[in-house]
Design a protein around this ligand. Structure first.
Ligand SMILES: [Zn+2]
Length: 442
């Protein structure tokens, strides 16, 4: 076992667990595990971190993020040229530029995303890798996640631009699964499958049932969790109904977005125990419509929040994701308290962990869980006072307020500075990689 021996002393502790809040609580971390939570704890030999006047909360949980394309941040704007090739917008850029990625570019993009996650207090990510152009690309993403220190699900996907008449590379998936201990010996990173599904509502993109059923059957035979997008008008066209009819929904299949799913489809997903990932910024930016968090929760679905892609969201500020989630839900319900800050903070912590099957491991502060903790300072002028801590986190805090980040007992950010990776090197590598990708794509 490794990890620091830390006593985080005297903070306003939001456990997000049955213990509730401790207005002046201590959290003791050792050997990568939360050892004790209480007041005036004794922890001989531990380094004491003074958290008085600060907020101590479980690390934030992202539930779906195409980390590779953080390399293309800022590149999804524009309108198609009339009569010309459509190289603008998210999907066209992803396919047009993504096909020129080499494994080193995937590494650089994923590493930049991981560095941003650490800085922003995100301790768990779900890397939805949909530009796996061969096993080397998967290994590049896995290496970046491994080095970052983050807790992660790596969902092995297809290559962007993959044709709809071909299976995804199931042999490579099986070989990674078989050799998994050589990739990640501990349980900090686990494997999943980023599934393209039925291809949505665009007939040109449709995947034949024989192919998509074979893909999900292979994932299930390997015992791997699956994630699939159900978005845009596709959902209205019955994407979720198709999954339900095929017996493809269940606790092992995460659905992403669901903005345009019918009430019947939402009901079917709830009945099957299917978790959902909502990414408000990208859903709004790309025009899927408003997030439907309130409806999903009312139907009893398990919901987590997500970054999705910084090509659309711009950044990986999960505080801002929480804020827009609450604002949209209350605005749509025409009710100030349809979703409280506490409700939203739960989505970004313990409920997000539950959608990834990690709630016994992370997402709340409880003795025996892995030591994934952040400390948020209120010293900056966007905070300045310590009133309702949940409300402050959801409406006022930002990544710069995250002072300490611990994942699996390892300190990744301290005194407001990312220590796990060299940010200057990560960004310099990213710029170099992007220049190479763009010159090959030209
Ligand atoms: Zn997505």
């Amino acid at each position: 076992m490794s990890g620091a021996n830390l006593l985080i002393r005297g903070g306003y502790v939001l456990t997000m667990d049955s213990a509730g809040d401790l207005p002046a609580g201590d959290v003791h971390l050792r050997n990568g595990v939360i050892q004790q939570i209480g007041t005036n704890l004794d922890a001989p030999g531990a380094e004491v971190i003074d958290a008085s006047g600060k907020i101590v909360v479980p690390g934030l949980v992202d539930t779906h993020w195409h980390m590779w394309n953080t390399l293309l941040r800022g590149m999804s704007d524009g309108r198609p040229t009339p009569g010309g090739p459509d190289r603008s917008g998210y999907f066209a850029t992803c396919v047009g530029v993504g096909r020129h990625f080499l494994p080193g570019d995937t590494y650089a993009g994923t590493r930049l995303a991981a560095a941003e996650a650490i800085d922003a207090g995100i301790t768990t990510v779900h890397d939805w890798a949909h530009n796996v152009r061969g096993i080397d690309w998967a290994e590049a993403g896995l290496r970046a996640l491994g080095e970052s220190g983050l807790r992660a699900r790596f969902s092995y996907g297809y290559a962007t631009g993959h044709t709809n008449d071909q299976l995804m590379a199931l042999e490579d998936l099986a070989s990674i699964r078989a050799a998994w201990p050589s990739y990640h010996a501990d349980d900090r990173i686990h494997l999943g499958v980023a599934w393209r599904g039925t291809g949505g509502s665009n007939p040109a993109m449709r995947v034949a049932p024989g192919l998509y059923r074979a893909e999900i059957a292979a994932a299930r035979a390997l015992g791997l969790p699956v994630s699939v997008h159900a978005c845009g008008p596709a959902a209205a066209a019955g994407q979720v109904l198709t999954y339900a009819d095929d017996g493809l929904l269940g606790p092992d299949v995460q659905l992403v977005h669901l903005n345009n799913a019918s009430a019947a489809e939402i009901g079917l997903a709830a009945e099957a125990g299917t978790p959902v990932s909502v990414s408000p910024w990208t859903e709004l930016q790309i025009g899927y419509g408003h997030p439907v968090t309130g409806e999903l929760l009312a139907a009893g679905l398990r919901v987590g929040l997500s970054v999705d892609t910084t090509m659309l969201s711009g950044n990986a500020d999960l505080f801002a994701v929480m804020k827009v989630t609450q604002a949209c839900a209350n605005g749509q319900a025409r009710h100030e308290f349809a979703l409280t800050a506490r409700d939203v903070l739960r989505l970004a912590t313990i409920d997000g962990a539950r959608t990834l099957g990690l709630d016994a491991v992370t997402g709340s502060l409880a003795v025996g869980k892995r030591a994934d903790v952040i400390v948020v300072s209120v010293d900056a002028p966007n905070l300045g006072v310590l009133t309702d801590p949940a409300r402050l986190l959801v409406t006022a805090a930002s990544p710069r307020d995250v002072e300490l980040v611990v994942v699996n007992g390892r300190v990744l950010k301290r005194d407001g500075v990312v220590t796990a990776v060299d940010i200057a090197e990560v960004t310099s590598d990213a710029r170099g990689a992007l220049a190479g990708v763009l010159s090959r794509a030209a």
